[in-house]
Design a protein around this ligand. Structure first.
Ligand code: KG4
Ligand code: ZN
Length: 343
């Protein structure tokens, strides 16, 4: 008999459900919530309401696309945290109720661990994509978190460094907001930067030792730069949009890459993976792949569709926990903040 895992992701503003058979993905459905755009950021109350409306049709569609019936589900994996409490509660409650109704086990998945597991999604029996070898380093860069970790055999995760203030995705989104771009702005900065000059403005490098990250100083200098120049030229942003995007993107990516170099130096590990929404960034991809070639590192990026939030990574992370018999009870409660020592 085949093992089918239904994965559910509702930690922020995307409602997603996916089905995998082992680590082979059969379907991945995502309902984005456009409602937040006009507010320049995610409005938690609107997000939980939209999850409530989306969750049933999204799960039904994921089963249809996987060509399975509810009764075929072997276990239900779901994001327990970190994320917005109201959003998490919708996915967690739905997963618990469905698992009870179908009498199948529940598998609680940490959202950040799942981003790392996005590297192990297979898209078919003949998917020959190479996966990171243990131990490997993973730079996880999302809208809410930025961390670098060492992943050992059995997927043991040791966090080596993390941001002390803003996340990399947040830095992209805040810079985009300063430029008047719509939320989430990371992808737009990526787009405009492609025709811009990264040397147009040189922003100071974050001064933070070890493997931790800091982006709030960069955000402030970007804000002051734009504000001061707008006083002299009211069309400053319009005239220089591409160059401003390229310059701020360069500063964020450079800060990330310097920490990856340091992590490789400290650990001696040359298997380097990147995960999370910001791993979709084309400049980060090109630069790190080029550096990897130069320094004989193996560099791994997920397919861009598995970089940003999705339930495929939850389903596949669930499969690896299923194999270990790592199930959870119906009494588990969502957590909004990152667990300090994830496993
Ligand atoms: O992992 P994710 O989808 O959600 C969280 O877990 O937070 O990451 C979302 C973040 C947002 O900040 C978004 O602006 C950023 O990823 N992002 C990008 C790109 N695509 C998404 N940032 C830079 N370049 C991109 N191409
Ligand atoms: Zn995420």
């Amino acid at each position: 008999m085949q093992t089918y895992i239904l994965g559910i992701e509702s930690s922020c503003d995307d409602t997603s459900a996916a089905v995998c058979c082992g680590n082979i993905l059969l379907s991945n459905v995502i309902a984005n919530q456009d409602i937040h755009r006009e507010f320049g950021g995610v409005v938690p109350e609107f997000a939980s309401r939209a999850h409530l409306q989306n969750i049933v049709p999204v799960v039904e569609l994921s089963l249809q696309k996987a060509k399975i019936n509810k009764k075929d589900i072997s276990a239900i994996a779901f994001t327990l945290g970190p994320g917005l409490p109201g959003s998490l509660i919708v996915g967690v409650s739905f997963a618990k109720a469905l698992a009870m109704a179908l009498d199948v086990p529940l598998i609680a998945v940490d959202h950040l661990d799942a981003h790392i597991m996005s590297h192990f999604i297979k898209e078919g029996f003949d998917d020959e994509k190479s996966v990171p070898e243990f131990p490997f380093l993973c730079l996880t860069v999302s809208g809410g978190h930025t961390q670098i970790s060492r992943i050992g055999d059995n997927f043991e995760i040791e966090i080596l460094g993390r941001t002390i203030d803003d996340a990399a995705g947040e830095a992209f989104d805040k810079a985009a907001k300063i430029l008047g771009l719509t939320y989430p702005g990371g992808v737009l900065i990526d787009k405009y930067a492609q025709s811009g000059n990264p040397d147009f403005v040189k922003f100071p490098e974050p001064k933070i030792g070890g493997l931790n990250f800091s982006f709030s100083g960069l955000k402030t200098s970007f804000l002051y730069h734009v504000r001061d120049n707008l006083k002299i030229d009211k069309d400053y942003i319009e005239r220089n949009l591409n160059d401003l995007c390229a310059s701020v993107q360069y500063a964020i990516v450079n800060a990330l890459i310097n920490k990856v170099k340091e992590a490789v130096r400290v650990t001696g590990i040359k298997e380097v993976a990147v995960a999370g929404g910001v791993s979709a960034n084309s400049f980060l991809r090109e630069t790190l792949i080029a550096i990897g070639k130069e320094r004989s590192w193996e560099v791994y990026f997920p397919e861009p569709r598995y970089s940003t939030d999705n339930a495929a990574m939850i389903a596949v992370a669930g499969w690896y926990k299923y194999v270990k018999g790592d199930f959870s009870g119906v009494d588990v409660a969502p957590y909004s903040r990152s667990a300090v020592n994830s496993k």
